[in-house]
Write a protein that binds this ligand. Structure first.
Ligand SMILES: [Zn+2]
Length: 138
């Protein structure tokens, strides 16, 4: 996937959730369809950060299992795993890179360090990351 495609309302829902969880990191999953143009998000899952930390996140295994089950039942594919950086730029940290276990997923990071949020999308594999496009559709 070389682009993350997300509807404006889903974008807002993710950003609002990240703002609500600030100063801690927020996390979740974006699901939808893998298309030629990129990964099209049709549903976002706002999930609990079990670390409840401003510097790291970890999804709860049971909640993650339930989300993957819901995705399967709805015929949705994993498009992206997102989390926020309340106090740092929208760039994968060393830990984000080390913890990026889903090579086929887009890693989306929302930075809240400035007044206006910044969302960026990355592919992470073999200890390297590469930024890809982000398209917000109304
Ligand atoms: Zn991070």
């Amino acid at each position: 996937m070389n682009k993350l495609i997300i509807k404006g309302e889903d974008y807002r829902a993710v950003v609002d959730y990240c703002l609500k969880e600030k100063p801690n990191e927020a996390c979740g999953i974006m699901a939808g369809k893998r298309e030629e143009e990129g990964g099209r998000v049709t549903r976002v899952y706002l999930m609990k950060n079990t670390k409840a930390s401003p510097k790291e996140y970890l999804m709860e295994p049971e909640e993650q299992f339930a989300v993957f089950k819901d995705m399967r039942q709805k015929g949705l594919e994993l498009i992206s795993i997102f989390h926020s950086h309340p106090h740092s730029p929208a760039r994968p940290s060393a830990k984000d890179i080390a913890m990026a276990h889903y090579k086929e997923a887009i890693y989306t990071i929302i930075s809240l360090e400035k007044a206006k949020e910044v969302m960026r999308a990355f592919l992470i594999s073999d200890d390297k990351y590469r930024e890809i496009g982000l398209k917000i559709e109304e």
